[in-house]
Design a protein around this ligand. Structure first.
Ligand SMILES: [Zn+2]
Length: 300
């Protein structure tokens, strides 16, 4: 495998075929491991596609050095936890984090319930985090948990699984990323009671970029330079509305156009977005969060 790359991806059928088309001319990629539940449409020479139920032993064989420190499971929906136990095992995760209502929702969701049992078996029982928690992630990275509150379980009516998703700011180099899971208007409305806490350079668009009545105010409060949205090929009306909300405020990156989207933050506060299928985009707005402006990036 010397000189070759291994691409590990959670693609489903649509992305499998699109990425397969892109990869046909790439000689540097030798093995593609698809963790999705459907195989890509186009077969590729020198390429191995593996379904999720049999992929982990192969992952272990080909990806030796990679380790994941922390996995945050925002909420218990299958599209957010489907491969979590396997990834935790293969990548020797140090810890897995969940919100206070995760277990209650997992009780009605056999995939999430099984995932929790698997985590117990591999001795990585999830740690529960809630609003007010503030902790380091390795060196120089901080996490501030904004949602849900600790007492959410007792709330009437109870929060939906989507609205119980963990919302957290991840802060590094004077920059921050706001992770929002699948929250909708109930959670957005509560979070908007403290708009100053929401400020972030990068917003992971709530609920796959499906906008609610509160989303315009939410995006305005976050005031991001970059919005990342994980969505399907065909956008719903609520997802298209996000285009109009974000329009002149920020750059919007969608997974159906970009494939995997990597946000790279330098220790100096430099911020770059690397869409898998497009050129990297350098974001040059000055770092503006976490209380200390970063020095200007070289060349900006
Ligand atoms: Zn989702």
């Amino acid at each position: 495998m010397a000189g070759k790359r291994v691409l590990v991806t959670g693609i489903g059928t649509f992305w499998g075929s699109r990425i397969a088309q892109q990869l046909e001319s790439r000689e540097d990629i030798d093995v593609v491991v698809g963790l999705g539940t459907a195989e890509p449409v186009l077969p590729l020479e020198h390429t191995e596609y593996v379904r999720s139920d049999s992929s982990y032993s192969i992952l272990q064989r080909i990806v030796h050095a990679t380790q994941v420190d922390t996995i945050l499971l925002t909420h218990s929906d299958y599209d957010h936890v489907g491969a979590a136990a396997g990834v935790a095992q293969v990548y020797d995760a140090r810890e897995v984090l969940i919100g206070p209502e995760f277990r209650a929702h997992a009780a009605d969701n056999s995939a999430a319930d099984q995932m929790l049992r698997s985590l117990e078996q591999i001795d990585v029982p999830p740690r529960t985090i809630a609003r007010g928690d503030h902790f380091p992630l390795g060196r120089d990275v901080e996490v501030e948990v904004l949602w849900p509150p600790k007492d959410g379980v007792a709330r009437q009516p109870p929060l939906s699984s989507n609205d119980s998703a963990v919302v957290a700011r991840i802060i590094y180099g004077g920059r921050s990323i706001l992770v929002t899971g699948d929250i909708q208007d109930a959670a957005e409305r509560e979070l908007l009671k403290h708009p100053d806490e929401l400020r972030a350079d990068v917003l992971i668009a709530p609920h796959h970029g499906s906008s609610e009545s509160t989303t315009e105010a939410f995006v305005a409060a976050v005031s991001p330079s970059v919005v990342v949205s994980s969505n399907d090929r065909t956008l719903t009306g609520k997802q298209k509305r996000l285009d109009r909300i974000v329009a002149n405020r920020a750059k919007l990156f969608r997974t159906n156009e970009c494939g995997a989207i990597t946000v790279r933050i330098g220790g100096d506060g430099s911020l770059q977005v690397e869409p898998y299928l497009k050129r990297p985009v350098r974001i040059d707005a000055a770092a503006s969060t976490a209380g200390k402006p970063a020095p200007p990036a070289p060349g900006s």
